[in-house]
Ligand binder design. Sequence first.
Ligand code: GLN
Length: 263
Amino acid sequence: MDAELLLAHVLGVPRTALLTRDRVDDDAAARFAALLDQRAERVPLQHLTGRAPFRHLELAVGPGVFVPRPETEQLVEWALERLAGVPEPVVVDLGSGSGAIALSVAAEHPGARVTAVERDPGAVEWTRHNAALRAATGDRPVTVLAGDMTDPGLLPELDGAVDLVVSNPPYVPDGARVPREVADHDPPLALWGGPDGLDVVRGLLRTAARLLRDGGALGVEHADQQGSALPAVVRAHGAFDDVADHPDLAGRPRFTTARRVRR
Ligand code: GLN
């Protein structure tokens, strides 16, 4: 599959067009061979093509930004369900990376006022780049902020005003084994979450509790081994109720949701 996608990329055609093609010129063959070598060395496919499909979008990606994963598409699905019927919901995506979550919400909910927060100086350039590309298509522009989701002074103007906080934070426990292509190519700040993987999440919960309006919704992705730990941390925080955990399409625990209690 990856070989076909790389050849289609070199030829500038959809993968299905390869079926009716029986020759490629020497130049294309050489470029294809070079890409195959890099892929065999575990460079992510999306870095070689420069594109990552996510829901209805094609995001620009490359070294320095986390490649969006299909599991996260489910978290966006949940967010859109929560926002259905709210004409102009205020949404904050904490740790945006490529902008996959924030820009999908903006693309699929035309009324949403979305802010994307990213602390990694390299990654936020990609957030801005993708936000500009999407705004140029006519989607309502997403506000991009270079900031840390655990900063108590983040977005003071949105205190108590946010309808939904959504995040795919760094949640990999320090020292856990991750595939070579992840360890070598995804930015460390997007992955590592301290001894139990939930250090950043604890800061995120404080920020979400402050930003969300009473009754506002929280959705946070987690590792498949954190299906009990993350709901427990959310319950222990005290500012949330209606805590639930949701599986991904493979049936593995993948994200936790909750509601901001009344102040
Ligand atoms: N799911 C990611 C992985 O494949 C981890 C992402 C994260 O920490 N948010 O490694």
